[in-house]
Design a protein around this ligand. Structure first.
Ligand code: ATP
Length: 328
């Protein structure tokens, strides 16, 4: 009589059925749309690699990964990378793992060779670029991309503009950019690219002492850009590099980075699939379990010219937007 009756339980080994249950339960209107979305992740470190894994497991259509670094033994206190991947570029190691988890996702790791290799491939083979697993595609994995260099920034921009995955859609070739880098220059480069392309993006960060973090949604012209409200240390003119003491490394915890990656991907899913309330800014203080939220308006005196252009466009488009909202 103690034997459990399994006959009434639905045993389904397809991971998608668990995701599709979100639709059956009325949380998401159309979960299948996840396959149509394309997300760029800049920085495949403690936050970015975990965010990439979460999106892959959620069945995202396409991921573009950018990083200039290699996997080190020192990264093993975080999630995702494994000791046998030490020495590989982070993008290569990520593609290796992610393609195994979900071969349906189109993964693109961007390095300096990618663009020319894709053009060459297209010329040789002709026709459309197909969606394929790219683990064997990038033989030049030791070349990585720093988005703050002139060539790196150009490659970054042209890869975001590439619309081969979503030719019928407006805007750039991606639906969202996630910034998971750990320094001001790289964040400013993402900010510049997204302001120029009118591309919505989300920023994330974890503090030097590893016990707090944040995520932020940035819509060019509509919300504050990264230059509208720079971090206090930057606004006060202190060089970020002088804060780092020689031989003293920043602290890091897999817990805080995992939480921030989770908050970032949850906001991404809400934004893409249009459910719940998308957070403008969400902080996380692990010492007090405090989650501050706020919204930031753009700064009319912002130092970024592209941001000012987007602000002007937003003001001009406001009456039409208000009328459309009223008509609903
Ligand atoms: P640590 O600094 O503690 O050794 P980390 O360098 O892995 O760790 P994380 O915060 O875990 O830093 O991740 C940030 C990621 O962003 C890193 O993988 C780093 O290589 C990447 N990154 C930072 N700046 C750039 C840039 N300009 N271009 C491309 N990737 C960048």
């Amino acid at each position: 009589s103690k034997v459990k009756d399994m006959s009434s339980e639905v045993v389904d080994s397809n991971p998608y059925s668990r995701l599709m249950a979100l639709q059956r339960m009325g949380i998401v209107e159309n979960y299948e749309r996840i396959r149509e979305f394309s997300v760029a992740i800049v920085g495949v470190g403690g936050v970015g690699s975990v965010a990439a894994e979460m999106l892959t497991r959620c069945g995202i259509g396409r991921l573009l990964l950018y990083d200039y670094d290699k996997v080190e033994l020192a990264n093993m206190n975080r999630l995702f990378f494994r000791p046998e991947q030490v020495g590989m570029t982070k993008t290569d190691a990520a593609v290796q793992t992610l393609a195994d988890i979900n071969p349906d996702v189109v993964l693109e790791e961007i390095n300096v060779w990618t663009i020319s290799f894709n053009i060459l491939r297209q010329k040789l083979l002709g026709g459309e670029r197909r969606a394929y697993k790219c683990t064997r595609r990038y033989r030049f994995s030791s070349f990585t991309l720093n988005i703050t260099t002139v060539q790196g920034f150009e490659t970054f921009m042209s890869s975001l503009r590439n619309k081969s995955f979503r030719p019928s859609k407006e805007g750039s070739g991606v639906d969202l950019v996630l910034s998971c880098v750990d320094n001001y220059e790289a964040r400013m480069a993402v900010n510049q690219a997204c302001n120029e392309l009118n591309q919505t993006w989300m920023e994330s960060g974890v503090s030097e002492d590893a016990v707090s973090g944040h995520i932020q949604l940035l819509i060019p012209g509509e919300t504050a850009c990264f230059a509208c409200a720079p971090p206090l240390v930057v606004a006060s003119g202190v060089d970020e590099r002088t804060l780092k003491r020689e031989g003293v490394c920043a602290a890091s915890l897999p817990t805080t980075m995992g939480v921030v990656a989770g908050l970032l991907v949850q906001n991404t899913l809400k934004y893409l699939l249009k459910f719940g309330q998308v957070s403008s800014y969400l902080g996380y203080n692990s010492l007090k379990d405090y989650f501050p939220t706020m919204a930031m308006k753009p700064n009319p005196q912002c130092s970024n010219a592209a941001c000012l252009e987007r602000q002007k466009e937003c003001i001009l488009a406001k009456p039409a937007r208000d009328a459309a909202a009223k008509a609903k």
